[in-house]
Ligand binder design. Structure first.
Ligand code: PHE
Length: 342
């Protein structure tokens, strides 16, 4: 019996010494061979029956010591395995906080969106509302109501994409003037951004481009109000020194009509490459709303007057950011787009 006890002890010690990297499951199975209900240490206890009565206290103590010793040895080994597992997990999950971070690419607003936003901010500050009309428009809103009847030679100013005989891709946001006046009585102060389409394509023209239309209708509105508003706009959008100049022009829906120039932000008016030596840069068309247009919308031209203006956003962006070819604005090359931040 004593020998048996000794053997078991040796067996366990040897096994644990040799199997240093044993798994927890294997350790458990091995432990059950000894300490399980049918394990060999439990068998020793059952064998006590056969031990002579006088030796029983001694043998009993040896068995109980063996059990205590084995429990302790297995517990120690288990603890050791747990620690090793944890250390391995920590090693594999280690995060090197000194590694360079992976930055997420963030987009930037397109220069057209930036300019649009800035213009809207400027006019919203002066009490303008925003109106957006449809891009597929009726001939009536794009031309007829704007005093450009069928066969009128002014239609040639804008090469139009027709969808059907009566519907077209709007060639100007001026169509919004009619839609606004049909739905709202003066006083009117509306800004209308949108895409417009013309069959035209070169370094300064694109078949799709963006416009911003402005319309003010009320009692006693004059060309001076237009000039004052545009002066304020030019100072906010460009520099506080920027001046505006009105030149006579022609649009069927305004009378009188003007072309508006800005003093060149680059040379301050002296003349340079950007303003082609003139000191001025053309930025928009405008004028007093034609009486016929007011009448077409049911607004009495003897009671109300108004002005309208329309500008191309690509053109404003090109002037503001010094871009010399409009096609850059449509190529979506991120190297160019990234340079513009809000
Ligand atoms: N719609 C004109 C154009 O596209 C611009 C304009 C708008 C002129 C409003 C006068 C008044 O050229």
């Amino acid at each position: 019996m004593k020998e048996n006890i000794e053997n078991i002890k040796n067996e366990i010690s040897l096994y644990l010494a040799v199997n240093n990297h044993i798994s927890r499951k294997d350790l458990f199975d091995f432990k059950m061979n000894y300490l399980g209900k049918t394990g060999s240490i439990s068998a020793l206890s059952k064998g006590m029956r056969d031990v002579p009565a006088e030796q029983r206290p001694e043998v009993g103590k040896l068995i109980s010591d063996l059990r205590t010793w084995a429990e302790q040895v297995f517990a120690d080994k288990e603890e050791q395995i747990k620690k090793a597992e944890l250390a391995a997990r920590y090693a594999s999950e280690r995060i090197d906080v000194t590694m360079p971070a992976q930055f997420r690419e963030t987009g930037t607003l397109h220069p057209i969106s930036l300019v649009k936003k800035e213009i809207i901010d400027c006019f919203a500050g002066m009490g303008f509302e925003i109106f957006e009309g449809p891009e597929i428009e009726k001939d009536y809103y794009n031309f007829q109501a704007l005093n450009i009847p069928a066969d009128h030679p002014a239609r040639d100013m804008q090469d139009t994409f027709f969808v059907t005989e009566d519907f077209l891709l709007r060639s100007q946001t001026s169509s919004g003037q009619i839609r606004v006046m049909e739905n709202k009585r003066p006083p009117i102060k509306v800004l209308s951004p949108g895409r417009v389409y013309r069959s035209d394509s070169d370094a300064t023209h694109s078949p799709m481009f963006h416009q911003m239309e402005g319309l003010v209708v009320d009692k006693g509105i004059t060309l001076c109000d237009l000039k004052g508003l545009l002066d304020e706009f030019a100072r906010k959008m460009f520099t506080s020194e920027t001046k505006t100049r009105l030149r006579p022009s022609y649009f069927p829906f305004t009378e009188p009509s003007v072309e508006v120039d800005l003093s060149c932000h680059n040379c301050g008016g002296k003349g340079c490459r950007i303003c082609k030596g003139t000191g001025w840069i053309e930025i928009l068309g405008a004028g007093m709303v034609n009486r016929k247009v007011l009448e077409n919308c049911g607004v009495d031209p003897d009671e109300y007057t108004g002005f309208a203006f329309g500008m191309g956003l690509e053109r404003i962006a090109m002037i503001k950011y010094g871009i010399n070819d409009m096609r850059y604005l449509f190529e979506n090359d991120v190297r160019l787009l990234k340079q513009f931040k809000d």
